[in-house]
Design a protein around this ligand. Structure first.
Ligand code: ADP
Ligand code: MG
Length: 454
């Protein structure tokens, strides 16, 4: 199986990202900012560094770490060769290949019956929150069955999972007309399966799913508890995987957090690449909003765009909803949107998203349940490690999504002092810097809390 150069650039980028999280900023700037990706050869990545001093130092300090990471990410041994090059810009044409989205070559687009053609790569705005997922998706679309297989994209609601998954489908559909692509939500897959069994058409069902070249299953978090469907998917997975067919899944949380999922299906999802989508930062939110404004061919001034992005931090879907509401209003009154109008029109929207509706009790309950504790434990006096950590997370979340003061939070958590709350929040923030799983866990909890508060 041939792997194209493009793949290694992605591995390189992700390896560097992960290493960045484990070393100080200063160290990173000193050494890694001076490395440039040049190109990939078979099982090798060529990186330029500015001098032989750098080459010796980075070889000594980081070579084994980088190669270890690459092994972890790609499942194969990829070695690094450092070459000395004073010019900091990479070889012409090379870097562009992976830093810019490439437009599909086809002029006339075909439309796949199960896919929304608007979900394509051109319309997907890249930011640091989604870049790896974007690049991995793009690589899969260009090398179905070869680049990464299987792949699971996970992240909270409205962050672009369906968009990327369908973009893969749409792109393959344009570029490889001979391939059979099936996009399905896990829910539809389940319903079709149940119906097939009921109507004695199990055979047809198997035929339909085991003859595809690219299988895209959205929202696999729907599967827990569905024992027979899991079993069927497990066999479908194996059949396709053995035949080198492309499998891509999405999920609203890391697979490790899905309960009531069979171990063997879980291990299939965890095989291959698991990439996450995080909530976008302000800069990316603004870029996304501006793109949506442009696409809708309307005018919204910068101050209003800023107001929306400052206030809506949750996800892209909420940004879109806010924009739709403003456009509808502007059309109705035939007037340009001013800051005042935007403030008024989006008032409920903003306050809702600041979590005013969220009660302290609910936060305690959701966090406690997640850690297998009771709300009483979370509020109580016990100071065992198994309770202190979840309690600190609950305090952190409370400060993050509500407007309660540290004093109020302290009171609600067993009459603790406000300095304890401040300390707890600091601890969690520190820990997030070293534990890459903590932030997704917290985002996941926040989402559950918000859903439960509606
Ligand atoms: P999910 O499946 O993760 O819940 P979706 O893929 O349905 O989220 O995305 C929600 C909406 O936000 C869609 O309309 C999608 O096109 C849009 N969207 C999400 N991420 C981006 C992005 N990075 N750039 C542009 N639009 C985006
Ligand atoms: Mg979706």
């Amino acid at each position: 199986m041939e792997t194209c150069n493009w793949d290694y650039a992605i591995f390189w980028k992700e390896a560097i990202n992960q290493i960045q999280n484990s070393i100080t900023d200063q160290e990173f700037q000193m050494w890694f900012n001076n490395m440039n990706y040049i190109e990939s050869r078979e099982a090798q990545i060529i990186i330029s560094v500015p001098s032989s001093f750098y080459k010796d130092q980075v070889t000594q300090r980081y070579l084994s770490v980088i190669e270890g990471k690459l092994m972890e990410l790609s499942g194969q041994k990829i070695s690094i060769e450092f070459i000395i090059k004073n010019n900091r810009s990479p070889a012409p044409g090379k870097k562009q290949q992976h830093s810019k989205p490439i437009k599909p070559a086809s002029v006339k687009k075909r439309k796949h019956p199960q896919l929304n053609s608007e979900y394509n790569f051109e319309r997907f705005v890249r930011g640091e929150n989604n870049d790896f997922a974007y690049m991995a998706s793009f690589a899969m679309a260009k090398n179905p069955g070869k680049a990464y297989n299987p792949c699971l994209i996970y992240g909270g609601v409205g962050l672009g999972k369906t968009h990327l998954l369908q973009a893969i489908g749409n792109t393959v559909y344009q570029d490889f007309p001979e391939l059979k692509i099936v996009y399905v939500t896990a829910e539809t897959f389940t319903n079709e399966f149940i119906l097939a069994i009921k109507e004695n058409k199990g055979h047809q069902f198997k035929n339909r799913y085991r003859t595809v070249d690219v299988l895209l299953i959205d929202d696999v978090h729907f599967l827990p508890g569905k024992v027979e469907t899991q079993e069927e998917l497990f066999h479908t997975f194996n059949a396709l995987y053995d035949a080198n067919k492309q499998l891509v899944f999405t999920c609203d949380r890391p697979v490790s957090e899905l309960k009531a999922l069979s171990d063997r299906l879980r291990s299939r999802f965890e095989r291959g690449l698991n990439v996450d989508l995080q909530p976008p930062n302000y800069e990316t939110r603004l870029a996304i909003l501006k793109k949506k404004i442009e696409e809708r061919k309307i005018f919204i001034n910068d101050a209003v765009a800023d107001l929306i992005c400052q206030n809506i931090k949750t996800n892209v879907r909420d940004l879109e909803k806010a924009l739709t509401k403003l456009i509808a209003y502007a059309e109705l009154v035939d007037k340009e949107i001013s800051i005042d109008i935007a403030q008024r029109q989006l008032k409920d929207f903003f306050s809702n998203h600041q979590g005013r509706n969220v009660s302290l009790e609910l936060i305690q309950k959701v966090v406690a349940e997640y850690f297998g504790l009771s709300s009483v434990d979370i509020r109580g006096k016990k100071r065992t490690k198994a309770i202190v950590y979840p309690r600190q997370i609950a305090m952190y979340i409370t400060r993050d999504i509500t407007e309660f003061s540290t004093t109020e939070v302290g009171l609600a958590f067993g009459g603790r002092d406000h300095t304890t709350v401040m300390h707890a929040c600091q601890r969690i923030e520190d820990r997030m810097k070293t534990d890459p799983m903590l932030e997704p866990t917290i985002q996941n909890l926040i989402r559950n809390i918000k859903e439960a508060s509606l």
